[in-house]
Design a protein around this ligand. Structure first.
Ligand code: ZN
Length: 145
């Protein structure tokens, strides 16, 4: 059995946010415009991330929940609403919404420009440490070539 070297980092160019609406996601019987998942392209092992751009007047045509993953929606541009079970919240640039797995969620664009967001999902309760508890400062100062 041979082992391929595992790259220690990956890079994906998603293009400017203004081009995100050109993405077309094709998965099983689901076709969604303005959405792309980056997890596989980046080789992520502990989270999934998607980039999203929804045109004005549109809504995700279904509500969904998750089996084990919590989600973070970080809205970047535009104006809209999220439906979380039976509650409606207003969203806009800078709105960050964390949603536990069983909550039925949907979102729509109520504004006049694309509603863009980044969605990160990870197994709820899996994070053991972060920031200063997990970060290790290098012994030497950065050496930019
Ligand atoms: Zn989801």
């Amino acid at each position: 059995m041979s082992h391929e070297p595992t790259p220690s980092w990956q890079l994906v160019e998603t293009g400017p946010m203004s081009s995100w609406s050109d993405y077309v996601l094709q998965r099983a019987q689901l076709t969604m415009k303005g959405k792309d998942f980056l997890g596989e392209k980046l080789g992520l092992t502990g989270m999934e991330i998607s980039i999203n751009a929804m045109p004005p007047g549109q809504s995700v045509p279904f509500a969904h929940s998750h089996k084990q993953n919590e989600e973070l929606y970080l809205f970047l541009t535009g104006k809209g609403q999220m439906l979380l079970d039976n509650q409606v919240i207003d969203i806009g640039p800078g709105t960050a919404v964390r949603i536990t797995p069983p909550v039925l969620r949907c979102w729509r664009n109520t504004g006049t420009e694309p509603l863009t967001c980044i969605v990160i999902q990870a197994k709820a309760g899996a994070l053991e440490q972060a920031t200063v508890k997990d970060g290790v400062v290098g012994k030497e100062p950065p050496r930019w070539p």
